[in-house]
Design a binder for this molecule. Sequence first.
Ligand code: ADP
Ligand code: MG
Length: 405
Amino acid sequence: MTDTTHSDTISGVEITLDNVVKRYPGQKAPAVDSLSLTIPAGEVVMFVGPSGCGKTTSLKMINRLIEPTSGTIRIDGEDIRGKGADELRRSIGYVIQGGSLFPHMSVAKNIAIVPRMLGWSKGRIAERVDELLDLVGLDPERYRDRYPRELSGGQQQRVGVARGLAADPPVILMDEPFGAVDPITRQRLQDELLSIQRELRKTIVMVTHDIDEAVKLGDRVLILAEQARVAQYDTPETILAAPANDFVDDFVGSGSGLKQLSLTRVSAIELSIRTTARVGEESADVVARAEQAGDASVVILDDRNRPVAWRFLRQLRRSSQVQPGDRESLITLDHRATLNDALDTMLTSSHGGALVCGDRDQYLGIIDFDSVTEHMRAVEKHAAEVVGSSATQPTGYAPTGEGTP
Ligand code: ADP
Ligand code: MG
């Protein structure tokens, strides 16, 4: 994350792994073979690598869902073996795919599991539940008493994230949390996580098999080869521009120049301005305004400046006044979204562009194909230059051509 708007207070703590080994009974080779790693306080570190390379095993050793065969794990300097496994798990948020909600418990009950175990008062729990629902973008009034089956996949995942944050733990572990939702929902969840993290500055360790997600969310990315051997551990920028070896190069993929798009936020692009209108305005006035500006469509805003619809002029002409729209069903793009996300969203739009919103869904403008294409050309050119120049410098890594590290 390259935003400069981070809050100054880090609530996360450092995690270190020192020669950690996990050997499952009956397995010849260890699942994790001597992993050493420092995860800095307040950062998001993404574990990425092929299936079966030991990502989940490594993650679960941090909250003692799996006990290491040997080696030491410290959280905030303290050996985790010094704490009971239950106590440890209450101080670490854990979020997995689908949210893993209990089906017979309401949303509020699901979120309150750890606070209840910690003996919080009813009032404090209720307040916390509403605060968290708000944070993950679900209206508390509407959702707190629902059951998981009454929620979409994306909403269940949001509740899962809220539950992971419930007791305000300094460390959050996430295992492919957004793997089960559609691409647009995944993108929104990722953007929300970035926005939450900017405020909270937790230490977040997230497993993914998706290099794009790793690059988008990670302050650092850990690329693992078989048996959790570290292939590269660096910032997304460095990994994309200068893969340490063939394994990383293959994993990152040939389009690493294109993948730089995952590093560029919509906020870096100049947005275009389109005619806007308020619900209830005279349609004839709005159409006249749009025609004068040469716009074929108009963005409709509510009284809090949030877009509720994006209509073509022919649609506006059907009624004398501008009609309200359903804000929740309108697809918008967060200004923190990446250009990759923007392209996905634009492809689903009949307008050849996407509505961009800032904090609290405030309307900012429109991103269209032309501005993205223009930016892509510049980025590709720059990436080619960076890769070209780094190839001539000694890297200290194994030379290419020796296979996996
Ligand atoms: P990843 O999350 O990267 O896909 P895992 O950590 O789940 O990988 O698994 C790493 C290796 O350990 C795999 O070879 C897997 O088959 C093996 N493994 C995982 N869990 C167990 C288990 N409970 N018992 C035996 N082998 C396991
Ligand atoms: Mg796994």
